[in-house]
Design a protein around this ligand. Structure first.
Ligand code: DC
Length: 231
């Protein structure tokens, strides 16, 4: 199916499968996939490794903001798809750890961090034909995106999927810890002052609690066909 040069914004709760869905859409329509959460995770890893987060969890926002001016964080495409780098170091595995997941929401709530990430995302998305996933893509980063999807699913279903994924990658985690992390992140992401997770008024809801990836792909094909394909 041929579709015009649009931006597809996919927002929604943690662990709803946004990135897997976005990657499949990008592969099917030859779009560029951009994972905005990876940049927030990368900044969090950088903050952890450089002592900007204290033992008590306090964040030295002033020093972090200053250091972001020189932070080279970017995506590189390879045989396994797009990976996140800081300078020459691939941080893809490190940013998916539970340690980073635990700290990312407070870091992503900082206005200076959001400005930094939004600037990068708009740069990467300039050429359009982009599918980007996150929490505020359709509301803040690309409010003019031609197609906005808001993903949701039952928290226990999300925790089960996430636990299985982490265990399959060799991380020893419990379902209870993952569920707790998901519920905490839902709360912080939806209640922060700057750019909270909210649905854009023109977004379409996709609840995938009981859907397979193939069913989600059938759904998006139909949506795209109805909206953008006249023939
Ligand atoms: O999608 P993810 O779980 O990898 O995102 C990690 C965190 O980053 C998540 O807890 C909220 C934050 N985030 C955000 O605030 N805005 C975005 N556009 C993407 C992610």
């Amino acid at each position: 199916m041929l579709i015009p040069d649009i931006i597809i914004a996919i927002d929604g709760y943690s662990s709803t499968g946004k990135s897997s869905f976005a990657k499949s859409i990008a592969a099917e329509f030859s779009f560029l996939y951009l994972d905005s959460g990876a940049l927030y995770r990368g900044v969090t890893l950088f903050a952890m490794e450089n002592g900007f987060i204290g033992q008590n969890g306090n964040i030295d926002e002033f020093s972090l903001k200053k250091s972001l001016e020189n932070l080279d964080i970017h995506f590189e495409s390879g045989p396994q798809g797009s990976r996140t780098f800081i300078g020459g170091r691939c941080i893809e595995k490190d940013i998916r750890s539970l340690a980073v997941s635990d700290k990312v929401s407070p870091i992503a709530a900082l206005p200076s961090v959001r400005n930094f990430v939004n600037y990068k995302l708009r740069e990467f998305g300039r050429k359009r034909r982009v599918v980007m996933d996150g929490r505020d893509i359709g509301t803040t980063v690309f409010p003019d995106a031609e197609l906005k999807i808001f993903m949701t699913a039952d928290p226990e279903v999300r925790a089960r999927r996430r636990t299985d994924e982490l265990i399959s990658k060799g991380n020893a985690v419990s379902f209870e810890d993952v569920l707790k992390n998901i519920e905490e992140r839902d709360y912080i992401d939806s209640h922060r002052e700057v750019s909270p997770l909210t649905m854009a008024p023109d977004a379409i809801v996709l609840d995938n609690s009981e859907m397979t990836m193939e069913q989600q792909m059938d759904w998006i094909r139909q949506v795209i066909k109805d909206r953008f394909c006249t023939r």
